[in-house]
Ligand binder design. Structure first.
Ligand SMILES: O=C(O)CCC(=O)C(=O)O
Ligand SMILES: [Fe+2]
Length: 252
């Protein structure tokens, strides 16, 4: 176990068991026991946990979201909460914390995952993981088939360390470097650094963005025909709901 993990486990103790919640930890019969994190190659600070929520946990989270009265009509596509989050969101945030502390990394090479700086990469720097609360802003987005979100970097009013959980429908999220870091010259659209990097998000998956992934890369979801391609196939679209958790910057 690496030093950071050992330190975090000492600070946080062992994984907390379910406290009257379906979302906290996998239940009996669930196949998932330990969260597995994949670094997204080429995007420092972007990690994917594919099986973060079991099907049962997804159903429970979706029920909690819908129970808020959100998304009862197809025209309603966004809801936000600031400050004290609903209990289900606090539990979700605790589960993210557990998944970071107790999860395992995988890498194609089976070597230690290293960041661009040559340091062993961590899913979320401990300075972010230890802040209290970990998240205090929640945004839930509902996308009907064909709907997505334009390329953007999340607003600077939010701190580093952003989590996105996907529900209901798979999608491809594309990442592209912000222009200032691409050293753009005219006609450089085909330059490797301008390439959009696709990341496949399945229901129940979680991505964490920090550092370069949060500040130096834009993310977008284009669900127009022809853009949701994965392994040569166009994805079938249904409604997709996402939960984004962030922490507001403190104002002095
Ligand atoms: O829906 C998503 O997966 C992304 C949402 C997002 O990027 C945002 O709300 O800033
Ligand atoms: Fe975003």
């Amino acid at each position: 176990m690496d030093d950071q993990k050992e330190l975090l486990r000492t600070v946080f103790g062992e994984s907390s068991d379910s406290e009257d919640s379906d979302q906290r930890r996998p239940q009996d019969g669930d196949a998932v026991s330990v969260s597995v994190w994949e670094p997204i190659q080429g995007i420092d600070g972007l990690w994917l946990c594919r099986d973060f929520l079991s099907p049962q946990q997804q159903a429970s989270l979706l029920a909690s979201v819908l129970n808020e009265g959100w998304f009862t009509e197809a025209s309603q596509n966004q809801a936000m909460r600031f400050g004290n989050l609903p209990q289900w969101a606090t539990e979700l945030s605790d589960s993210i914390c557990d998944a970071v502390i107790f999860g395992d990394h995988i890498s194609e090479s089976k070597d230690l995952v290293v960041s661009d700086s040559g340091m062993e990469a961590c899913v979320l720097p401990s300075i972010l993981l230890c802040r209290e609360p970990l998240f205090d802003q929640l945004i839930a987005n509902a996308y009907q088939p064909g709907e997505g979100i334009c390329a953007h970097v999340d607003l600077m009013r939010f701190e580093d360390g952003i989590a996105i959980i996907s529900l209901e429908s798979s999608c491809v999220m594309h990442f592209s470097q912000v222009e200032e870091v691409c050293d753009i010259v005219e006609g450089s659209e085909n330059h490797p650094s301008m390439k959009k990097m696709p990341v496949y998000l399945t229901p129940g998956s979680l991505i964490l963005m920090s550092g370069p992934a949060r500040y130096l890369w834009k993310h977008e979801i284009n669900r127009k025909p022809g853009f949701q391609m994965w392994e040569g196939q166009e994805l079938k679209q249904k409604r997709r709901i996402s939960i984004t958790l962030r922490k507001l910057c403190q104002v002095e």
